[in-house]
Design a protein around this ligand. Structure first.
Ligand code: C2E
Ligand code: MG
Ligand code: MG
Length: 676
């Protein structure tokens, strides 16, 4: 039963109301007719009873009158029976209607859906109790105002249009809109309005059935969100970013004054960090990087206005994670590459601040590639590809920097792809050779060891390791390649040493790349090579560049300790070019520093470089380390290095890297006489 607060249930529309109307009309006629006949009959009877019957009137006349009265009485009886029948029918229809009314109430009162009846002016004539359950309003509260009061302002127009369309067409349509819950929340309703005809056949009232689909909508939104966002960082994923990019490209095509740039951001050495710190720490780092990037972009609007005096800003959700350690950003209204570079540099600065991962301080850097919309791109993927190429260019240029894509970059990327394929083939066909560059003792002037350096001999000529080593490292080809090189170099050393019996024994320096350094079983692998070649471990010198060694301190320390445990010697290569944390040096189990040739080449002409070399030598000696000067090309440099008490030198002055035959000749002459 309806509560007091509910208005009366609406009349059941349609055939039933039409039928009752007809029967009611007919019943009135019948009753009217019966009354007239009854009055006439009564008048006849009175006349016959009270008035004196004139005997002159013949008996036939009276017989006629009696027949007439009898006939009239029979007619009245038939009418009465018919009227009774009509009355019973009316009663049955009314009972049917009452039952339907009750059924309607039962359904509406118990339905989970909210059912309302509104009049032409939008006033609520009936609200089912579900309104209270779903939206928290009582019937009085709802009836007090118009039916549109609780509808979201931006949905109102749509709802009113649908209602008037339902009234005019006689057919309701389903629509979704938001309605305010009493507690202020917005609920999403799926609603169908069906018009009801009044007695004149006009459609004024509407029965509205509303279903609360908020939870379903939320679930749908969640699924959609999941399909378009990265689960780890909650940033948009590749699919969503590509879609946005596509829209921006179309906009740029239509409006010549609109342009944008895409930044491709990649964390330097993330794989190494991830392998060494563990994947959960790697994930945490990515989350923190994402947060920092997002914060950075929130500021970009301000940076853009104040520093660039343009209206550059990150579009909504313009930051995305493509996967792994790759992030992308879309910067709207950036016209000058220099503006994009300024923003990219700011990002690099922010990323360079230490991250706290599980109580451990981690310092990372990023490389950023920039591609601008101006290059008449066909699709989003082309633009992304170019931003990525630019990012790789930044990596090769030394990481922690940004590069802008240009067509020249593109062709260099194509060249690189070819290089990768050729390198695979080259390794299979044995085109990789080992060259040896002697290392000289500055005290004795004799060759004390060699550095093994790769050379790739193709039909077109020699390819520099500067070109193919980074490719080999990124593709993982470096692992089988260097395994073979190390073994060959170690066996070569064994053969020279046994032929010449040098004292102290000759050493062989081997270079280690970032990917090798990240290998969990690097020490085991080197140990196996040492065993296979049969040389004493102390005659092998492993060179690790300063950048690798200064990455993650704990990982570097543990790898270096494992290597040291094999009995090999360890050197920091290209010292002076990376960001050294000098405080770490004493902790590391290293034996020597190799001063980068950049400082050696200018030490005679530039006072600062001379000073740097002097300080590095002093620092190394204070830590009990030996020093090797790389890239020595002049006698003047040698004199100065001797003066600084640098122990060893390597460079074109003595010999460039040469093949094993030439290296043996150098060795022979060095051990026959002192050449320096
Ligand atoms: P690096 O270890 O610093 O090797 C020294 C580089 O300096 C060599 O270049 C050598 O040819 C060059 N060099 C030596 N003396 C002079 C000089 O007086 N002047 C000048 N201008 N350069 C000199 P290369 O052979 O081109 O190797 C470049 C880098 O590639 C190496 O730097 C090393 O890090 C890497 N590399 C080369 N071969 C291998 C390899 O087989 N495995 C690994 N992991 N890395 C390698
Ligand atoms: Mg080296
Ligand atoms: Mg070096």
């Amino acid at each position: 039963m309806p509560s007091d607060s509910q208005s009366a249930s609406p009349r059941s529309p349609g055939i039933a109301s039409l039928k009752i109307h007809q029967i009611e009309g007919r019943e009135w006629w019948l009753w009217g007719f019966a009354v007239i006949v009854t009055i006439s009959l009564t008048a006849g009877i009175i006349f016959l009873t009270f008035f004196d019957h004139d005997s002159a009137i013949n008996a036939q006349y009276w017989t006629d009158v009696k027949d007439w009265v009898r006939g009239l009485a029979a007619l009245v009886l038939i009418f009465d029976i018919y009227t009774m029948y009509q009355h019973r029918q009316l009663q049955r229809v009314r009972r049917d209607l009452a039952e339907r009314d009750e059924l309607f109430q039962l359904i509406t009162e118990n339905a989970a859906d909210m059912i309302a009846v509104v009049d032409a002016a939008g006033n609520r004539l009936y609200n089912s109790p579900a309104y209270q359950k779903v939206l928290g309003y009582s019937g009085e509260e709802l009836s007090a105002g118009s039916s549109v009061d609780q509808i979201h302002p931006s949905d109102r127009e749509r709802v009113l249009q649908a209602a008037s369309k339902a009234r005019s067409s006689g057919r309701g349509q389903t629509l979704e809109y938001r309605m305010r819950h009493k507690n202020g929340d917005w609920r999403i309703l799926e609603s169908t309005a069906s018009p009801i005809k009044n007695g004149n056949g006009k459609m004024e009232r509407l029965v509205i059935v509303n279903r609360d689909i908020t939870e379903r909508k939320r679930a749908e939104e969640m699924l959609e969100h999941r399909a378009l966002h990265d689960g780890l960082t909650e940033l948009p994923n590749r699919a969503l970013f590509v879609d946005r990019l596509q829209h921006s490209l179309i906009r740029a095509r239509r409006h010549s004054d609109y342009s944008f740039v895409v930044l491709f951001i990649d964390i330097d050495g993330f794989k190494v960090l991830n392998d060494s710190l563990g994947h959960s720490a790697g994930d945490e780092l990515l989350i923190q990087v994402a947060k920092r990037l997002a914060a950075c972009f929130r500021e970009t609007d301000t940076i853009a206005r104040s520093a660039l005096e343009t209206n550059s800003k990150l579009t909504h959700d313009g930051l995305a994670r493509l996967g792994g350690d790759e992030f992308t950003a879309l910067l709207d209204d950036v016209t000058e590459p220099s503006d994009a570079i300024r923003i990219a540099r700011r990002i690099l600065d922010k990323i360079a601040h230490p991250f706290n991962i599980g109580g451990q301080e981690i310092v990372v850097s990023a490389s950023i590639g920039i591609a601008a919309s101006s290059n008449s791109y066909e699709g989003a993927d082309d633009l992304l590809r170019d931003a990525e190429i630019a990012m790789y260019r930044a990596k090769r240029a030394g990481k922690a920097r940004c590069e802008v894509f240009d067509p020249a970059m593109h062709s260099s990327a194509v060249r690189r792809l070819k290089l990768e394929t050729d390198l695979r083939r080259g390794i299979e066909q044995g085109e990789l050779l080992v060259y040896y560059q002697p290392i000289i003792s500055l005290e004795s002037g004799k060759i004390v060891g060699f550095e093994a350096l790769s050379r790739w001999k193709t039909v077109q000529g020699m390819v520099s390791p500067v070109e193919f080593i980074p490719v080999a490292d990124e593709t993982g080809l470096i692992l089988p390649m260097n395994r073979a090189l190390y073994l060959e170099a170690c066996q070569q050393l064994q053969s020279w040493q046994s032929k010449l019996g040098c004292s102290p024994p000759l050493t062989m320096s081997l270079n280690i790349t970032p990917r090798q350094f990240a290998l969990p079983d690097l020490a085991e692998e080197i140990g196996a090579i040492l065993q296979q070649s049969g040389i004493p471990p102390s005659t092998v010198n492993l060179e690790i560049t300063e950048t690798i060694a200064m990455g993650d301190a704990d990982h570097a320390f543990s790898v270096l300790s494992d290597l040291k445990a094999l009995g090999v010697r360890l050197s920091i290569d290209d010292f002076g070019t990376g960001y050294s944390s000098l405080s770490r040096l004493p902790r590391f189990p290293i034996d020597a520093l190799k001063i980068d040739r950049v400082f050696i080449s200018q030490m005679s002409s530039d006072h600062d470089n001379h000073e740097i070399v002097r300080l590095i030598v002093m620092l190394a000696h204070s830590l009990g380390l030996k020093v090797v000067a790389e890239g020595t090309e002049t006698q003047e440099q040698i004199t100065e290095l001797k003066h600084l008490k640098c122990e060893m030198a390597q460079g074109f002055l003595y010999s460039p890297p040469v093949d094993s035959t030439q290296a043996f000749e150098l060795l022979l002459s060095s051990h026959r006489s002192v050449t320096v």
